[in-house]
Write a protein that binds this ligand. Structure first.
Ligand code: ADP
Ligand code: MG
Length: 243
């Protein structure tokens, strides 16, 4: 479902070159709820951006649902970003002047869908995510957890097979975080999606069925979490980084 082969990515920072990914090999066989963890700076966000085709690798291959996304041209790129993946971030990225419903509708309208389709789909998704009574509220009238659920609704607009989340609970308290992890797990289960969550938090990674550990821009290993708690996940991941 998601495959990376020898993926490299460096950033130019002033005169220096920062290698963020240095040969990532990865195979995620979805559907399911998967985690990518690792220390700050290990390359997690860079990898997620490449999987979402928000950026391109310097070299290597990235395949998502049978499609090579590292070599898409402009028009296919637009389609893939809309319909192939949904992406959510720590900071929600909602437009503050629009209501929750309008935030969800916007990508549909930009894509040329009818207003009635956009409204129907937005209401359906907001309802499914427990926000049925919140559609008319602006982001600043919503809690952090609600804002993130609006962002998830927006990401699900075109029913993509893959949902990517970069530290989605990084700005939320622990109880709200736990609710959100359950939501992501249930999306994977009930909508047969492949959900990939990037996180540096062991408690978050423990909610995923399988965890990939990044260290210095490479995959240091992966393991199934079956029955592990946060401490167990932290110990296991640390062992892979040292090995
Ligand atoms: P993580 O999400 O695991 O914290 P990142 O993928 O954000 O890691 O970063 C990996 C490495 O790439 C780090 O050394 C970081 O400083 C560097 N990096 C990330 N984004 C940029 C950028 N836009 N410009 C320069 N360096 C960057
Ligand atoms: Mg990051």
């Amino acid at each position: 479902m998601i495959r990376c082969r020898d993926v490299h990515k460096a950033y130019r920072l002033g005169g220096t070159r920062v290698a963020a990914l240095r040969g990532v090999d990865l195979e995620i066989e979805g559907p399911g709820f998967f985690g990518v963890t690792g220390a700050s700076g290990s390359g997690k966000s860079t990898l997620l951006h490449l999987l979402g085709a928000l950026d391109t690798p310097d070299r290597g291959e990235i395949e998502i649902a049978g499609e090579r996304v590292d070599r898409l041209r402009e028009r296919e790129l637009t389609r893939f970003r809309r319909r192939g993946v949904g992406v959510v971030f720590q900071q929600f990225n909602l437009l503050p002047t629009l209501t929750a419903r309008q935030n969800v509708e916007l990508p549909a309208l930009l894509a040329g869908e009818s207003e009635s389709w956009a409204k129907g789909r937005a209401d359906e998704l907001l309802g499914a995510l427990g926000l049925g009574t919140r559609g008319g509220h602006r982001p600043d009238a919503l809690s952090g957890g609600e804002q993130q659920r609006v962002a998830i609704a927006r990401a699900l607009l075109f029913a993509p097979p893959v949902l990517l989340a970069d530290e989605p609970t990084g700005a939320l308290d622990s109880r709200t975080s736990a609710t959100l992890w359950s939501l992501l797990a249930s999306l994977a289960r009930e909508r047969s999606m492949t959900v990939v969550m990037v996180t540096h938090e062991p408690a978050a990674a423990a909610q995923c069925q399988q965890v990939y550990v990044l260290a210095d821009g490479r995959v240091a290993g992966r393991f199934d979490t079956g029955g592990m708690d946060a401490a167990g996940v932290a110990t296991r991941a640390a062992g892979m980084v040292r090995a």
